[in-house]
Design a protein around this ligand. Structure first.
Ligand SMILES: [Fe+2]
Ligand SMILES: [Fe+2]
Length: 310
């Protein structure tokens, strides 16, 4: 019988191959929608269940029908982006309003629920580190209430929004699109830095899951070329392609791109006449590696966004 150490060596050999051969793009058009206790309609995009070799993270897309709410539950940290619709989040017992483009940071084990009070379905994206939490036996999901139609009487009694910050420690919970500030960074056509880990970036303390930034790539341009541990990109607008590990992957609005764990070189291209806009998710587990990796640095081949022909 094979000894455990030989099995480890074999597994070590498989890690690189698994990542090498894995998919990179979750197609928005091919999602497998299901009903869950938490969401009337939900689909996993980048996740272990859909064949992506993630670092214990996932990206889910979900819809809240008009006059419905999600379930109320608690679990590890979560980052949410509202792609369409309007309503409010109840986190603990406070209300935080949302509309198209709002981002939410859900603190570790805080009960939360989304209410759709608008005239169209609410579509949202959710980043979670559930697979990692479950693997290390620290994951607990508590379902307090299931998804369902809103009760108008209860809705009328909902509190008004008082603040975008969390009373427990003053960190930011929500940010609307018009509050996003363009940075001076030149690795893309434009970069908006959103959630940070220490409270210094817009007041967010997103330790496990962050919507780290939004990139805008100009027509006929390419981003900087670089390598770092895992990140996700969701295509908010436009279409283009990415080169990841020297292979080309096409994507369009509504698709999600997986830059896998490891240091795979990648670059994003906009060959079209219109802007391309991407939402970037980043997971705290990467810093567990970065912090112990002596001399770790993102490897930049080209520092700046440039024209396609340059
Ligand atoms: Fe949640
Ligand atoms: Fe990157």
């Amino acid at each position: 019988m094979q000894d455990f150490y030989s099995a480890w060596l074999e597994a070590s050999g498989r890690v690189g191959k698994t990542v090498e051969e894995a998919p990179r793009v979750a197609k928005g058009k091919n999602l497998n929608w299901v009903r869950t206790r938490q969401d009337s309609k939900a689909a996993l995009m980048i996740a272990p269940e859909t064949g992506f070799p993630t670092g214990g993270s996932l990206l889910m897309k979900a819809e809240v029908p008009v006059a419905w709410h999600t379930g109320r539950h608690l679990h590890g940290e979560e980052a949410i982006y509202v792609e369409s619709g309007e309503g409010f989040l109840v986190l603990d017992d406070r209300r935080y309003d949302f509309r198209k483009g709002t981002i939410f940071h859900i603190p570790y084990r805080s009960p939360h629920q989304l209410f759709n009070t608008g005239k169209e379905p609410v579509c949202y994206l959710s980043g979670l580190a559930w697979p990692l939490e479950a693997f290390i036996h620290m994951g607990r999901i508590e379902q307090i209430e299931d998804a369902g139609p809103n009760d108008p009487a209860a809705l009328a009694k909902a509190p008004q929004e008082e603040s975008q910050y969390w009373p427990a420690d003053g960190r930011r919970i929500s940010m609307h699109e018009e509050q996003f500030e363009r940075s001076g960074e030149t690795k893309h056509g434009a970069t908006y830095f959103l959630m940070g880990r220490t409270g210094k970036q817009n007041g967010f303390k997103a330790t496990a899951v962050a919507i780290s930034s939004i990139f805008l790539d100009l027509p006929h341009s390419k981003s900087h070329s670089h390598a770092h541990p895992e990140a996700y990109l969701y295509a908010l607008q436009g279409s283009g392609y990415s080169e990841i590990g020297a292979k080309r992957y096409e994507w369009e609005q509504g698709d999600a791109v997986h830059v896998p764990p490891g240091m795979m070189h990648h670059q994003h291209f906009n060959p079209n006449d219109t802007d391309m806009k991407e939402l970037r998710f980043e997971f705290g587990i990467r810093y567990w590696f970065v912090d112990q990796w002596e001399g770790y640095a993102t490897i930049d081949r080209h520092m700046k966004a440039t024209h396609m022909d340059d």
